[in-house]
Design a protein around this ligand. Structure first.
Ligand code: HEM
Length: 409
């Protein structure tokens, strides 16, 4: 009983550290108690494949995802079965590699505008600024227009919802929301709905080639409620993760001057790509995905009962010395001179039928930022709150981490 409480608390306080420890201590498959449920971590490419591909039909969304419906409705992240397949077919083409490549110049331009807002030598709040950039880029790709004041309002509501999302995921949240403190969450949700629905209406009138116009014209969404869910899901799944990864990448570059210098001098794009890959290896914003066993099964010779949670953790696996030498060091060169490892030892965007649909988009934003920002400037961390990591939903640097741009000397 005590062990169960201890593992549950540790899992929720710092899932990345907890899962890395389970992996170290248990090898390919470890088990622990999560509340009243039994939970497993699989940490070998064959077993990860078993969960994400071979037995994918035997798993449903985790308990957290099911509670996230309060925020995300029946969007791509939370839906299951046929509805999920239908939605994925509608959304995937709007975020394909080819389409994102077409929009890469626009993304680079947005990064340049963002950079011009920063002042040389003046510290800025890393997470706030990274979030502002990713919000602007996603909003433009989704809606295809400058949102003006709507963007500020959207940013404000999403910041409130992201901040309080651990509370939104609490069981019985509907009851708590009647208390004055929690009503801020339902109010933010209501305001977010108004903005998103007005953008859906506008896209219907305007037409165009952006994501929302494609979804409105697709016909696979039976109502505006479903469209709303999809739009909110794309924002919630995309902006916080990409912002976190941008923040980690800038931190890693600030702490590894030689890498930043090489990036400045090598604008071929190949090294920038290696930097982004390596940053996503060390600090994958989604540290784990959880899969609920719909029936009893055997994985790696271990019996998994129905209802148990099975986790895979990019954070734990990507730091395993069996797959990556010197795994805790930031060494982008490893991506230049080594063959690409199995996609099941390196999967910051997940794998299989529920892998990230926003991968090309996130990579394009990160690549544009890494290339554009390091040509003229280097970045330095301000203060001592380094590497204080938070990871309940997304692996992030500590709130309030500040950074300042400096000229190369
Ligand atoms: C560095 C940035 C990102 C990372 C690390 C990331 C990671 C992931 C991971 C690991 C999953 C699988 C989740 C699971 O199985 O439970 C996922 C799913 C998803 N991601 Fe991302 N993501 C990122 C950016 C984005 C962006 C930019 C968008 C959209 C614009 C996006 C939209 C989604 C959606 C809709 C899903 C659900 C897919 C499905 O269930 O079919 N993500 N992401």
């Amino acid at each position: 009983m005590l062990a169960a409480i201890r593992s549950t608390l540790r899992f929720h306080r710092a899932p990345h550290a907890f899962l890395a420890r389970v992996a170290r201590e248990s090898g390919d498959i470890g088990s622990f108690q999560l509340g009243r449920r039994q939970a497993f971590l699989v940490n070998h490419p064959d077993l990860i494949r078993a969960v994400l591909v071979d037995h994918a039909d035997g798993f449903g969304r985790g308990y957290l995802m099911r509670r996230a419906k309060r925020l995300l409705g029946e969007g791509l992240l939370t839906s299951e079965g046929c509805a999920h397949r239908r939605q994925r077919r509608a959304i995937q083409p709007t975020l394909s590699r080819a389409r994102i490549q077409e929009h890469a110049p626009e993304i680079t331009e947005q990064v340049a505008v963002w950079r011009d807002r920063l002042t040389l030598g003046r510290p800025f709040d890393l997470l706030e600024e990274a979030a502002a950039l990713t919000m602007e880029v996603i909003a433009r790709q989704l809606f295809g227009v400058e949102l003006g004041r709507d963007l500020d309002r959207l940013t404000r509501e999403l910041a409130i919802l992201t901040r309080w999302s651990p509370l939104i995921m609490l069981p019985r949240m509907e009851l708590l929301e009647r208390l004055p403190f929690f009503s801020r969450i339902s109010q933010a949700l209501d305001r977010l709905d108004v903005i998103v629905r007005s953008q859906i209406d506008a896209a219907r009138r305007r037409g165009g080639r952006h994501i929302i116009a494609h979804l409105v014209g697709h016909g696979g969404f039976e109502s505006d409620d479903r469209l709303r869910d999809e739009v909110v899901t794309l924002f919630m799944a995309g902006h916080d993760t990409t912002a976190a990864s941008l923040a980690w990448t800038l931190i890693l570059l600030a702490r590894n001057r030689a890498v930043a210098e090489r990036l400045r001098d090598d604008q071929s794009g190949r090294f920038a790509d290696a930097v982004v890959r390596e940053s996503l290896r060390l600090y994958p914003p989604a540290v784990r995905t959880g899969h609920r066993a719909l029936r009893a099964m055997e994985i790696g010779g271990v019996s998994v009962p129905a209802g148990a949670m099975v986790f895979v953790s990019p954070y734990a696996t990507q730091r395993d010395p069996r797959w990556f030498s010197d795994p805790d060091s930031f060494r982008p060169e490893r991506w230049l001179d080594q063959p690409v490892p199995s996609p099941l030892t390196y999967f910051p965007f997940g794998f299989g039928r529920r892998s990230c649909v926003g991968e090309h988009f996130a990579r394009a934003v990160l690549l544009a930022a890494v290339t554009k920002l390091t040509v003229d400037w280097r970045f330095e961390l301000v203060g001592a709150r380094l590497f204080a990591v938070r990871s309940f939903l997304t692996l992030k640097p500590a709130r309030g981490t500040r950074m300042k741009p400096l000229a190369w000397d």
